[in-house]
Design a protein around this ligand. Structure first.
Ligand code: NAD
Length: 337
């Protein structure tokens, strides 16, 4: 397959690109290296990929890039570029969310239609559900986002659906539930918790202690995403949950990181953020039926891998012994995957 991955330098996009190349596919990555977080982290994410002949990077903004040229001969577009995060999407922060999540998505769908691209896989989010009436959430539940970010991700989904129903473009929207693992964005809770545990600085907790999240390991997300790109005969406009399926509270997460690091993590309570839902939880039965996908990596296993990756990327400020129920072979930790 000839694939295009938008957001190829980001957390999930770079992991997806590595796996596609590893499987023998050819990948054109598009990324504008936004400053939502330190762009040098993203440069590091693609450093190994750039050594591969099967990967080409187009450094461009989807808002004005010549997308029909980029998508020419591409079989599947994996559209992961976007402005993530709930907190920044309020007030003046909203405009870039509209640009990068709505306008950019419309340009991707339009160009894919013009080019006759075989499929567009769109990275949607559990945030489209908001505070749901019942859990776990099913794809046909009425989505009611609780943050401006969620509104923009849902708008992208609606665009994908209507390009499918009106213009016959084969689109699949995947609702990712809190993704974690190596390369996780530095502002996300697990990254921050691990840093807090390693440095002894307190973890700034912006959520209520009982806040529940359905965490999904990045390799599982990547496998679902590739399956969504390759599975034939999916109904155009299909929407699928991609959820780890074993939600944990913030308190459980803090304890787990402390246990894995063999160091208690100090917590500093912060005001709860507007737009943060109390709970996420997704039913992935449809993804199992249509894609043959199910999550394979537990929260504990995945967190241990994220910690191992963090320690391999940067030298730890203090000697830390990882305490895990699972034996981790360092030679098997995928630093660049
Ligand atoms: P990320 O910020 O690490 O990656 C996004 C990448 O897109 C960045 O490298 C950024 O530079 C690039 N980008 C943004 N706008 C662009 C534009 N207009 N043109 C070109 N490049 C652009 O984020 P991530 O965590 O890897 O998330 C990837 C996608 O998955 C996002 O669309 C996000 O909304 C969605 N998602 C992520 C999670 C999660 O837990 N990480 C959960 C649900 C949904």
């Amino acid at each position: 397959m000839r694939a295009c991955v938008t957001g190829a330098a980001g957390f999930i996009g770079s992991t997806l690109s590595c796996e596609l190349v590893r499987q023998g596919h050819t990948v054109t990555g598009v990324d504008s290296f936004t400053d939502y977080y330190d762009p040098s982290v993203k440069r590091e994410n693609v450093a190994d990929l750039l050594k591969s002949h099967a990967f080409e990077l187009v450094e461009a903004d989807l808002i004005d890039a010549p997308l029909p040229e980029v998508f020419a001969d591409v079989d599947v577009v994996f559209h992961l570029a976007g402005q993530p995060g709930v907190r920044g999407s309020w007030a003046n922060g909203f405009a870039p969310y509209v640009d990068l999540n709505v306008l950019a998505t419309q340009r991707v769908l339009e160009a894919a239609t013009v080019c006759g691209t075989g499929r567009v896989v769109y990275a949607s989010s559990s945030s489209v559900y908001g505070n749901a009436v019942a859990y776990p959430c099913h794809e046909d539940d009425l989505p009611r986002p609780y943050s401006p970010y969620g509104v923009t991700k849902l708008a992208g989904e609606h665009l994908a659906r209507l390009y499918a129903s009106n213009l016959g473009l084969s689109t699949v929207s995947l609702r990712y539930f809190t993704v974690f693992g190596p390369r996780q964005r530095p502002e996300m809770a697990m990254s921050q918790l691990i840093e807090a545990g390693l440095t002894g600085r307190p973890f700034p907790m912006f959520a209520a202690p009982g806040t529940l999240r359905d965490f999904t390991f990045v390799d599982d997300v990547v496998h679902a995403t590739i399956a969504a790109g390759l599975t034939p005969d999916l109904q155009p406009g299909t929407v699928l949950n991609v959820a780890g399926g074993a939600p944990a509270t913030m308190v459980e997460l803090i304890d787990l990181v402390g246990d894995l690091l063999d160091e208690p993590v100090l917590v500093q309570d912060q005001p709860v953020c507007a737009g943060d839902v109390l709970r996420t939880g997704g039913d992935s039965t449809r993804a199992r039926h249509l894609l043959g996908w199910k999550p394979a990596v537990s929260l504990r296993q995945g967190l241990a891998r994220q910690i191992e990756w963090r320690l391999l990327q940067h030298s730890a400020p203090t000697p830390i012994r990882i305490h895990s129920a699972h034996v981790i072979d360092l030679t098997e930790v995928e630093v660049s995957a």
